[in-house]
Design a protein around this ligand. Structure first.
Ligand code: FES
Length: 322
């Protein structure tokens, strides 16, 4: 099949180093991948065209790029599935500085992975023989250990675009790989030190749940789901004193109690009712809401059939005394 590759290029040694687009016409097998087409460009059109690849089998994680605007592995993406009007657009992965053409600098990515201390840290008494982990626990972890550190999730994370200090989906998923391991942490498998670190700003509560990392991950790791699981672990371990934890609890309490969200009280409950300076910072938004007729009702009434919502909570959390 004939493909026009529209590739973003960048040469740091050019007289005026700026990214620019270049089109290449290549011919590949009908079942060829985007990586096959990129390699063809390097071999037949321009030997200076730079890209990373190694295994060509979705194992090494080195060929992550943005294809038609979304991150993925070039070696796992069949060209015929993404070609549009004969064209495939390829850019370097996002949220990382470009070194040359499709090659990006992973230093920030690896720094964050190292920040979560990606190794087992048992805290309890040493076992007499080997550490025992159940098959179920290991099966559960197999989903997250499938990560090949390709950076696709990091590339498309919308929080990192505005806040480069965020740990990011790959590092947080890696952290979960250890907090969910029964051999890590105390004798009950609770990793309080880890959770305390991850509970800080730039950690688990900064994810906005945009789902981009879940869509981008080529191995089904679903990093956002792991971040949500980390939050559950933090709450269960008693870490309630963050905006994120308070927000989650206030949101859930409101919906469980009344069947819908009490928007008026959500912000003060999330920030902390006595956090006067933070509350004052929200005053301009409150004034705008009032002047635009968007003020939520002062008296938050229960929905007539809110008991149906409570039934859902009971089903998920178990019946409660009310
Ligand atoms: Fe190894 Fe694509 S070349 S994952």
């Amino acid at each position: 099949m004939d493909v026009t590759l529209k590739v973003q290029r960048f040469d740091p040694e050019a007289a005026d180093p700026k990214p620019y687009w270049e089109n290449f016409q290549v011919s590949i097998e009908d079942n060829g991948t985007v990586l096959d087409a990129l390699i063809k460009v390097r071999e037949d059109n321009d030997g200076s065209f730079s890209l990373r690849c190694s295994c060509r089998s979705s194992i090494c994680g080195s060929c992550a790029v943005r294809i038609n605007g979304h991150a993925g592995l070039a070696c796992k993406t069949q060209a015929q599935k993404v070609i549009k009007d004969g064209v495939i657009t390829v850019e370097p992965a996002g949220n990382m500085p470009v070194v040359k053409d499709l090659v990006v600098n992973f230093d920030g990515f690896w720094d964050k992975v190292m920040e979560v201390e990606p190794y087992l840290k048992p805290e309890g008494p040493e076992p007499e023989a080997e550490y025992i982990a159940s098959n179920d626990a290991m099966l559960h972890l197999s989903g997250v250990t499938a990560c090949i550190m390709c950076g696709a999730c990091y590339s498309d994370c919308t929080v990192l675009e505005v806040d480069p200090t965020f740990l990011g989906p790959a590092a947080l998923a890696k952290a979960y790989r250890f907090t969910a391991d029964p051999r890590d942490g105390d004798e009950n498998g609770v990793s309080r030190d880890r959770l305390e670190q991850l509970n800080k700003p730039t950690g688990m509560w900064d994810c906005t749940r945009c789902m981009e990392c879940v869509t981008a991950c080529p191995k089904g790791v679903a990093p956002m789901d792991r971040i949500m699981a980390l939050r559950d672990q933090a709450l269960e371990a008693g870490f309630h004193n963050t905006n994120g934890a308070r927000h989650t609890e206030a949101f859930s309490d409101s919906v469980e109690h009344s069947g819908w969200l009490d928007e008026l009280r959500l912000v003060p409950k999330s920030l902390g009712m006595t956090n006067v300076s933070a509350l004052v910072g929200y005053a301009p938004i409150a004034i705008q809401a009032i002047t635009h007729g968007k003020m939520p009702p002062i008296i938050h009434k229960k929905l007539p059939d809110s008991k149906n919502v409570r039934k859902l909570f009971d089903k998920v959390q178990g019946p409660k005394q009310r």
